[in-house]
Design a protein around this ligand. Structure first.
Ligand code: PLP
Ligand code: COI
Length: 363
C-alpha cells in the first residue's frame, strides 16, 4: 500500500433518479435490491499501489472473461450502514474503522492488498454525502453500504495471486432484514461445514457465502429461516449463522462462541460484549454444544437466544431443528433481554441514546 493520500475524481451522474423515483423505492426498500446513483472505484496495481480513486455514476463493469475473480474467487467484502438520526437530520455510520480493520484482516488472508483505513472511511463518506438523499427517513431503515474488492488480473495461473485489484463501494436503502418483532427458526447443519481451522472462516470472503447456500436452502426446506453452523470436527459446537453471530442468554448472563478463527468477528457481537455491563448483564466468550443448548432450554436455565449482525441488527431465535432433534427456546417469542439489547444498540445508532464508546461516526 502507498502512504500518499489519494484524492477522488468526482463524476456526477447525468441520470440520477428523481425525488419521486427515490421515494417509490424507499417506501419498501427490502434488502440490497436497488442501488443509489453513484459508486466508488479505486484500482490497485502491484508496484504502483492504489490509484484512480473515483466517485462515478452507478453502472455495470466491463471485465475480461479471464479476470481471476471469476475463476478463483479472490474477493472480499464488508457491510455497514448509514443512519439518519431523527431530529437533527445528521447522517452517521457505526464503527466504520472496525469495518476498515476487518477488511484488511480479510485482505491478508486472501493475499490481497490492504487499503489504508482512512481511505476506506473517506470512500464511504464521499458516497454517502453524494447520495445523502438516499438515506431513509423511516424509523429502523438505513442505507446499507457494501465495500468490496476483486482480483482483476486477466490470467488463469494459480502460482501467485492477482497483480491487480479493484476496490468498490455501492449503497442500497434497506429495511430491517427480518421483521423486528418475530423470532426466527434455525436449522442445525450437521451435514455441511462452513469453515475449518486454518480456513477462511474469520474472513469476509465471498467463497464462504457461496459454500453456504446449499445449507441455507436445506434449512428452508426443513421449514427454518436460517442455518446454524457447527464446528467442522464434530458438528457439535455452535459457531454462528449464515450472516449473523449468536448469543445465548442465561438470565442476566450472556454467552457467545469464542473467536476460534472459524467464525466472523462481528462488529455487532463485539459491541454487545462491550455494552453488556452497562445493561446489568455479564458477558463471556466460550463454547456451547447443541446438547447443552437443548438441555439448557429444557431446564429453563437458558432463557433466550438471539442473532446479531449489521443486516439482522438483533433478531430473536425462537426454535431449533436438526436432523434428529427439535425444541423451542423459552415460549418461542422474543425475550426481554434480546429486546433491551436491540433497543440500546439501535438507540446509539439513531442518536436517541448516549454513545459512551464514541462508536457513532458523523458523515
Ligand atoms: N457472521 C457472518 C457470517 C456475517 O456475514 C456477518 C455479517 O456481516 C456477521 C456474522 C455479523 O457481523 P457484523 O456484526 O460485523 O455485521
Ligand atoms: C451484513 O450484515 O452486513 C452481512 O453481510 C450479512 C449478509 C447480508 C451477508
Amino acid at each position: 500500500t502507498t502512504a500518499q493520500k489519494l484524492s477522488f475524481d468526482v463524476q456526477l451522474s447525468d441520470h440520477a433518479r428523481t425525488a419521486a423515483e427515490r421515494e417509490r423505492v424507499m417506501e419498501s426498500p427490502g434488502f440490497g435490491q436497488v442501488f443509489t446513483d453513484h459508486m466508488i472505484s479505486i484500482d490497485y496495481t502491484e508496484g504502483e499501489g492504489w490509484h484512480d480513486a473515483r466517485l462515478m455514476p452507478y453502472g455495470p463493469l466491463a471485465l475480461d472473461p479471464a479476470t481471476s475473480v471469476f475463476h478463483y474467487a479472490q474477493e472480499l467484502f464488508e457491510g455497514l450502514k448509514a443512519y439518519r438520526q431523527p431530529g437533527s437530520d445528521a447522517i452517521v455510520s457505526f464503527r466504520p474503522y472496525a469495518n476498515a480493520a476487518r477488511f484488511n484482516s480479510s485482505a491478508r488472508r486472501m493475499a490481497m492488498p490492504e487499503l489504508p483505513e482512512e481511505t476506506f472511511v473517506e470512500s464511504l463518506e464521499l458516497l454517502v454525502q453524494t447520495d445523502r438523499e438516499w438515506v431513509p427517513t423511516t424509523e429502523g431503515h438505513s442505507l446499507y453500504l457494501r465495500p468490496f474488492m476483486i482480483a482483476t488480473q486477466p490470467a488463469l495461473g494459480v502460482n501467485y495471486p492477482s497483480k491487480s485489484y479493484k476496490y468498490m463501494v455501492i449503497a442500497s436503502p434497506a429495511a430491517a432484514y427480518f421483521g423486528a418483532s418475530k423470532a426466527v427458526s434455525v436449522w442445525l447443519s450437521t451435514e455441511y461445514t462452513r469453515a475449518a481451522p486454518g480456513g477462511t472462516g474469520f474472513a469476509k470472503c465471498g467463497g464462504n457465502y457461496a459454500a453456504a447456500f446449499v445449507a441455507q436452502r436445506q434449512a428452508v426446506e426443513n421449514g427454518c429461516d436460517q442455518v446454524v453452523w457447527l464446528d467442522a470436527n464434530e458438528h457439535r459446537h455452535v459457531e454462528e449463522m449464515g450472516g449473523m453471530n449468536l448469543f445465548f442468554v442465561y438470565g442476566d448472563r450472556l454467552l457467545t462462541p469464542a473467536l476460534t478463527g472459524t467464525l466472523l468477528p462481528g462488529i455487532t457481537r463485539d459491541s454487545i460484549l462491550a455494552l453488556a455491563g452497562s445493561l446489568g448483564l455479564t458477558a463471556e466468550e466460550g463454547r456451547i454444544s447443541i446438547e447443552e443448548w437443548q438441555e439448557g432450554c429444557a431446564s429453563g436455565e437458558l432463557t433466550e437466544v438471539f442473532a446479531c449482525g449489521t443486516a439482522a441488527v438483533v433478531t430473536p431465535v425462537g426454535s431449533v431443528k436438526g436432523a434428529d432433534r427439535a425444541w423451542t427456546i423459552g415460549d418461542g417469542t422474543p425475550g426481554p433481554v434480546t429486546q433491551r439489547i436491540r433497543s440500546e444498540l439501535t438507540g446509539i445508532q439513531y442518536g436517541t441514546r448516549p454513545d459512551p464508546h464514541n462508536w457513532v461516526h458523523k458523515i
